[in-house]
Ligand binder design. Structure first.
Ligand code: MET
Ligand SMILES: [Zn+2]
Length: 768
């Protein structure tokens, strides 16, 4: 009997970003809804055909989306907040409004909140539910897409977000009376019957299998939900007895949950053996005495590396031995949506580097090949070719930069710590610049105007010489410096006009990264990113930012703040290597940045900010793993910043909030100054400071830069006053916005910063 192959999901953006282009054209009123739907339909067909051509047998449907699959779920199950339900909009526009807001023809709707999808960089739309939510089938998208595939002659396995995960990811809506204590999961009993109805419809449409995604099962929250899972899946199995359910878990390990999960009335369990290969024995032991099939997530849905067939086959054989051939399926570890569509459109990667990678299309073929190999088909040529690539990669790896490894091995414990403790450093810093109390500063970037983007793209295309481009950047920096002096900011920044992206900018200058032309992955909606790929040991061949910061400093007597992206953030926003640990990669990045930090200090830059907005999002899914991650993450930051003398003021910046959870670790960074996003979460953050105390300097973000709204002097005074109350020992609070200003326009930036300076001047009087 042959072993089946499955893909849990596929990118939905199109190999040439067709879906982005069409949706943005639709939003701009340039194409009709029908034209957009036509593109969507073509893309769906192409995805199915691609998977089929690559030899995958179990092909997903319903995982295509015009915006977000959780939003699709909400729309299908009528989880539509009142403000959207009542708006006079077409069905399609209502759907988009929920994802991205709507401001047209007198309708003004804010988008719903986004959140990161587990530990990926994909953002989903958070459902808003309440006691009055009435689940019903508002549309039949999963059924429609199943039928669409069937008409094209392709039998698919519909994919649905699982009901428990869906509720766990949601939050109390605005119409919930008691939002603080409302538990979305309390609605499970109401959701399950409607969910069952949908399964029944799928069955009637001819589906024989369905994939229900419950990635929450790899997190701590589900440890006590055995009963909920049991009753839910019993009800679902009853609602559609003809449908074989594959319960999919991914991004981590089931741990103890596997004990109850293996008893659920489903026909197959899918586990992630890419992220959590060590769980195999435990899973096999739990599954063996049951009737369950086991779907082995062997081909990574999260990275871009070629699968090592020999290793995968060895793992799969173990499963076959334990369960028998007919109980094993070979699959991608998760949906492939987190990987780029295809390698076929990369013409600039060198042949040897390209040979290391597999994107979604190639990964589909890998799944099929592994399954065939296990079924005894003759795939020797593919296995040989794979071995050759893997060997070549290993050989390269072996000669990858020995000097970098050597340097890392020689890092002494003392290199992680500043020379003196904070009070001594503070005294040294005060001698260099006698800053006023409540010094004002900004977080780094100034508006990335059309002109800046145009100049950059002309330079890339060769239409603007590098000399002209650099002159242009200098002018930008000069006007930023003039502006800050004019409105009386105390610690200046150069404004980051030279950066396309805060992570990519550094990756492009570091040794060890490669960049693609078309390897886009969806970040949210129509926003796609092209993460840099770390392929070898990382080092810094030359200074990266020193010339810009020095130039800025040469224009003013006020202190300049250099601006770098931290090692953890660069790592988290790239595709990491798979052959060495993230810790090693992060520390290599840290050493490269350490050189940059020292060069900036030697060039006379007084303050250096090393941004770590992504430190929080890199947290492992299970809490027992947090300490290990935070230890090397914090150490990496320290390694990057501790090389300077006491007189250099090290800043760091965090945003995307909710870092209260990791506050003890933030303290351990020992930055002289941290700026934190605070404007949207006042109370929460105050509690954190109150509870943990904080001795070094803080710059609570006094206004939200994510909106063009100009904050009033009064509201910022109130916020500052609240902080002064919570931090009575801090007589030296920094006054700043909550993040960089790159997404803003100049008009609101000027107005807001003028108000900010006024607040600082008021505070100097108020708190003498
Ligand atoms: C997402 S954090 C951004 C920090 C960066 N220095 C900026 O101002 O843009
Ligand atoms: Zn920020």
């Amino acid at each position: 009997m042959a072993i089946a192959s499955a893909a849990l999901g596929f990118p939905r953006i199109g190999a040439k970003r067709e879906v982005k282009k069409a949706s943005e054209a639709y939003w701009a009123g340039k194409i009709s809804a029908e034209e957009l739907q036509k593109v969507a339909k073509e893309q769906r067909l192409q995805r199915w055909q691609t998977l089929q051509q690559q030899g995958v047998e179990i092909i997903p449907s319903g995982d295509f989306t015009l915006y977000d699959h959780v939003l699709d779920f909400n729309y299908t199950f009528n989880i539509i907040p009142k403000r959207f339900a009542e708006a006079k909009l077409s069905a399609l526009d209502r759907y988009f409004a929920m994802g991205r807001g709507h401001q047209k023809d007198g309708v003004d709707l804010e988008a719903q909140e986004m959140q990161k999808w587990f530990d990926s960089n994909y953002h989903y739309i958070k459902s808003e539910v309440s006691s009055s939510t009435e689940f019903r089938l508002n549309d039949t998208k999963p059924v429609d897409e199943f039928l669409e595939a069937k008409e094209a002659g392709i039998q698919t396995r519909p994919v649905l977000v699982g009901p428990i995960t869906a509720l766990l990811l949601g939050k109390a809506g605005r119409d919930e009376a008691d939002r603080a204590s409302f538990e979305p999961l309390s609605l499970l009993g109401k959701l399950v019957p409607v969910y069952g109805e949908l399964l029944k419809k799928l069955q009637e449409a001819g589906a024989t299998e369905v994939q229900i995604d419950e990635p929450s099962l790899v997190m701590d929250v589900t440890a006590n939900l055995a009963k909920e899972y049991q009753s839910t899946f019993e009800a679902l199995a009853q609602a559609a007895p003809g449908l074989k359910i594959t319960l999919a878990t991914y991004f981590g390990r089931l741990d103890k949950n596997v004990e109850y999960v293996a008893k659920l009335p489903v026909s197959a369990l899918h586990v992630d053996l890419d992220r959590a290969p060590d769980q195999l024995d435990q899973v096999l032991a739990a599954v063996k005495p049951t009737q369950l099939k086991l779907s082995l997530g062997l081909v990574s849905g999260r990275n871009i590396w070629k699968n090592d067939f020999a290793a995968s086959i060895a793992i799969a054989k173990k499963a076959v031995e334990a369960l028998g051939e007919d109980r094993v399926v070979v699959a991608s570890s998760s949906s492939l949506l987190h990987t780029p569509v295809t390698l076929a459109n990369e013409s600039r990667l060198s042949a040897d580097v390209k040979d290391w990678f597999s994107f979604a299309t190639e990964k589909a073929a890998e799944v099929a090949t592994i399954a065939k190999a296990l079924s005894g088909a003759d795939v020797q040529a593919a296995l040989d070719a794979n071995k050759k690539s893997i060997d070549a990669r290993r050989a390269f790896e072996k000669d990858s930069d020995a000097s970098v490894r050597d340097r890392l091995n020689k890092v002494e414990p003392a290199m992680y710590d500043r020379k003196s403790a904070f009070p001594t450093r503070k005294a040294a810093q005060d001698k260099v610049y006698d800053l006023p109390t409540f010094p004002t500063t900004t977080i780094g970037s100034f508006p990335q105007t059309k002109e800046i983007r145009l100049a950059r793209s002309k330079n890339t295309k060769g239409e603007l010489s590098t000399e002209e481009y650099e002159k242009f950047l200098e002018n930008e920096i000069k006007s930023a410096v003039d502006f800050q002096e004019a409105i009386d900011i105390d610690i200046l920044v150069h404004g980051e006009p030279e950066r396309n992206d805060m992570s990519q900018y550094f990756g492009e200058q570091l040794q060890g990264f490669v960049f693609t032309e078309n390897a886009w992955v969806q970040s949210y909606g129509s926003r796609y990113v092209r993460p840099p790929i770390i392929v070898s040991d990382v080092s810094r061949p030359h200074p990266m930012t020193v010339r810009w910061s020095s130039y800025a400093q040469s224009l003013t007597k006020r202190p300049m703040k250099g601006m770098l992206t931290g090692p953890v953030t660069i790592l988290n926003w790239s595709f990491p290597r798979a052959d060495v640990s993230k810790e090693v990669q992060c520390k290599q990045l840290a050493l490269a940045l350490r050189d940059e930090v020292c060069d900036l200090a030697n060039a006379g830059i007084f303050a250096i900010q090393v941004d770590e907005p992504a430190i929080r999002e890199g947290l492992p899914l299970r809490q027992v793993d947090w300490d290990a991650y935070l230890t090397w993450a914090v150490d990496s930051f320290k390694l990057a910043t501790a090389g300077v003398e006491d007189k250099t003021q090290i800043h760091s910046h965090f945003c995307y909030s909710d870092f209260g959870l990791i506050f003890e670790h933030i303290k351990r960074l020992d930055a002289d100054v941290i700026s934190v996003e605070a404007s949207k979460s006042d109370l929460k953050l105050l509690e954190v400071f109150h509870k943990h105390g904080y001795e070094n300097l803080i710059g609570p973000g006094l206004y939200d830069i994510h909106s063009p709204r100009v904050p009033s002097v009064q509201e910022m005074k109130d916020r500052l006053a609240a902080f002064m109350k919570a931090l009575p020992s801090q007589k030296y609070i920094f006054v700043n916005p909550d993040c960089g200003l790159k997404t803003r326009g100049w008009a609101e930036t000027k107005a807001a910063l003028e108000n900010l300076v006024e607040v600082a001047k008021w505070a100097r009087q108020q708190y003498q």
